[in-house]
Design a protein around this ligand. Structure first.
Ligand code: R5P
Length: 290
């Protein structure tokens, strides 16, 4: 019988049914009560991988090894995939960490990953990355629907800050900027400053929702916001599936936008749109473990 396993770090959405703790020295410890019920079964494992991505990944590898010993067939549901940003090797001596992590998950016994608006995928739906099968769910439509409560019936257009995030707004007839970055600055790991945001659509006097897969440092969103406001946009709201809001990016965005919000793939003050309905559809075919 198919089973689901809910991590303690998913307690905001479903009732956890296994334990994660620490040994005195900080090593992680996991325990799945009633493990025998997973023997040879299809298991859907719900476990968040952010924040604290390195610890969460080690916990995940321990869970996967436990399930491997029972020959369970595991689908992992991890709403935000860390390490997804470096999907290509750019500099000599680096590794494409997204491929490394996906291959490790596959080797550890994860048959499929279900995630949301994965950074290196440019479409919703099934994909193969490294050796890992991925089902990429999108929060694009839900974020657009949520923004209507802020626009209060006023018309607005949707825009993605770059072509990669274009699929998030495509169904709403949205447009995408062309983001041009400078070369790598040798001192800053993996960071390239944004040079320009180019667009071929009318901006003046219109309302916009800028929608991206993630707000990390906030530089992309700030540049898109600045471009729209400089060219005479009226009201601009900002949204992303994953709200990391590093450094003081939320404060900076709040100075120029009407409001900024995200989904709860990552929990935080701006997480206004729930992934629960999407996960409930997924879970409806799966029996609880206890
Ligand atoms: C870029 O390819 C993505 O779509 C995001 O725009 C980007 O990762 C956001 O990162 P940051 O907030 O650091 O500019």
């Amino acid at each position: 019988m198919p089973m689901d396993l809910i991590s303690p770090n998913f307690s905001d959405i479903f009732q956890p049914n296994f334990e994660i703790g620490k040994f005195p020295d900080g090593d992680s410890h996991v325990r799945i009560p009633g493990l025998a019920k997973c023997r040879g079964e299809q298991v859907t494992l719900y476990h968040r991988l952010y924040p604290d991505q390195n610890n969460s990944l080690v916990e995940l590898f321990l869970i996967l090894e436990t399930l491997k010993q029972e020959k369970a067939k595991v689908t992992l549901v991890a709403p935000y995939l860390p390490y997804a940003r470096q999907d290509k090797k750019k500099l000599d001596g680096e590794v494409a960490s997204a491929i490394a992590v996906c291959n490790l998950l596959s080797q550890a016994g994860c048959e499929k990953l279900v995630t949301f608006d994965c950074h290196f995928l440019n479409a919703a739906g099934p994909a193969l990355f490294g050796n890992l099968k991925i089902e990429n769910l999108s929060m694009g439509k839900e974020l657009v629907v949520h923004s209507k409560k802020y626009f209060l019936g006023e018309p607005f257009e949707t825009v993605a800050p770059d072509a990669g995030a274009g699929y998030l707004v495509k169904d709403q007839g949205g447009k995408a900027f062309t983001k041009v970055r400078k070369d790598y600055d040798g001192d800053k790991i993996g960071y390239r400053e944004i040079e320009t945001m180019e667009c071929d659509f009318e901006i003046k006097g219109k309302n916009f929702l800028i929608l991206d897969d993630m707000i990390s440092t906030g530089n992309t969103m700030l540049k898109a916001l600045e471009t729209l406001l400089e060219q005479g946009a009226k009201k601009v709201y900002c949204a992303a599936t994953h709200g990391l809001f590093l450094y003081n990016s939320l404060d900076k965005l709040n100075k120029f936008t009407e409001h900024v919000f995200a989904s709860d793939t990552i929990l935080g003050s701006q997480a206004e749109v729930s992934i629960k309905p999407s996960l409930e559809i997924l879970k409806s075919n799966i029996q609880p473990l206890f």
